[in-house]
Structure formats: C-alpha cells, structure tokens
Design a protein around this ligand. Structure first.
Ligand SMILES: N[C@@H](CCC(=O)N[C@@H](CS)C(=O)NCC(=O)O)C(=O)O
Length: 214
C-alpha cells in the first residue's frame, strides 16, 4: 500500500497528480513544512518536517516522501516517475526510448526551470523582487524556447501520449505562471500548460491545494 507524506501545498503536488491520473489508491499523510508553523516543536503542533515520527521516514526532513511496502522514497520527481512506471500504465515509459525521454525532460525541469521559476513565484515576498524576477525570467527564456520549439506540432512532450514527463515539467513551469508576460512569449508552452492543467487529475490536485490554508 502506498503512503504519501506531504501537504498539497508542496512538491507533493507532483506525485499527487500522478496518483490521481492513474486512479491509484493511497494513504495521504499531510505532513506540513516546519517553517510554516509558529512553533513546530509545540506538543500540539501538527505532524511536520521536524517531527521525530516523520524524520524516521525522511531523515532530511523534507516533503514529499513515500513508502510502498518495503520501499521508501524521497525526491518528488523520483517518486512521481516510480509511481508512473509501477502503477501509471500509459503515464509511464513503454519503451527504453520513452524512459530516456522522460528522464531528459524531468532533468531539464529540475536543473534549468525549477529554481528560476521558484524565484519568480517567491519574488513578491522578498526585497528586490522585481530585479530577481527579471533575472529569473531571462534564465528561463532558453529552456522555455526549447520546450516551445519541441511542442510545436505535438500535444505532449512524448508526442500524442500524456506522460509523467508532462506532469513533472508542467509542475515546474507552473511556478513562473505569475510572471506578467513570460509565457505569452512561448505560445506552445502556454497552450500545453493550459491543456495539462485542464485535466481532471490536475483539477483534483488543485482543489486539494486550495482547501489547505495558505
Ligand atoms: N528536491 C526535493 C525538494 C524537497 C523540498 O524542498 N520540499 C520542501 C517543500 S516543497 C520542504 O520540505 N521544505 C521544508 C524544509 O526544507 O525544511 C524534492 O523535489 O522532493
């Protein structure tokens, strides 16, 4: 039985989207980030990333984490791809080439998109936010241009099949969606992201997220 640890308002959104796409049953344990609590060590504090019980699952104290029988995994992208391979049917790779392409796009998202996109998401809360946003947007233009060219004439990253690659990349690009004009520069990325986010499984994940306190 799968147990997924981590609130919706975290990178747990990635495996949650995979689980909802595939209709896989799981137990959800909504561990919250300690930094979001006034006193994470208080006796009545909810289960959080510094709780002793959770540190037994992920000694690094980060969400998401997952157990499936004897297997314990951390790292949202590793969990998402495991779930897609093991339980996701067409969401996962069907051939070695699929497998390589899923890794390629996931690694592009993790190394070239996630950090600058997060800087855009968090910029409104920090000093010098406008400057940070401008620099981050410039860093994103190169990988977004690549995605844009690749998606021309394709519905999804692997062609006509929606896969875990679309989930992992879309969840990283999402962080930059608040930028006022960036995605308009990349219409194929905009089309692809909007279509992915219209899927019932994304909507279910998003509703879960909205139901949690900000
Ligand atoms: N590379 C990790 C990053 C995990 C991560 O930073 N998780 C955040 C929530 S999205 C967290 O647990 N923050 C609490 C902390 O770092 O103390 C992954 O993708 O799973």
């Amino acid at each position: 039985m799968i147990t997924l640890y981590g609130v919706y308002r975290s990178r747990a959104s990635r495996p949650l989207w995979v689980l909802f796409e595939s209709g896989t049953p799981f137990t959800h344990v909504p561990v919250i980030q300690a930094y979001r609590l006034p006193d994470p060590k208080a006796p009545d504090a909810p289960l959080n990333t510094t709780s002793a019980e959770f540190l037994k699952i992920n000694p690094q104290g980060q969400i998401p984490a997952m157990t499936d029988g004897d297997l314990t995994l951390t790292e949202s992208l590793g969990i998402a791809t495991y779930l897609a391979r093991r339980y996701g049917g067409p969401l996962g790779p069907q051939t070695d080439a699929d497998s390589a392409l899923i890794d390629q796009w996931m690694l592009l998202a993790a190394t070239a998109i996630e950090t600058p996109a997060l800087e855009i998401l968090q910029a409104p809360q920090v000093a010098m936010g406008e400057g940070i946003t401008a620099v981050a947007a410039e860093k994103l233009r190169r990988p977004l241009a690549r995605l844009n060219a690749h998606l021309r004439g394709r519905d999804w990253l692997l062609g006509d099949r929606f896969t875990v690659a679309d989930i992992t990349v879309a969840e990283c690009v999402r962080y930059a969606q608040g930028h006022p004009g960036l995605l308009a520069e990349f219409p194929e990325v905009h089309r692809w992201l909007t279509t992915a986010q219209a899927r019932p499984a994304f909507q279910r994940m998003w509703a879960g997220r909205m139901a949690e306190p900000a």
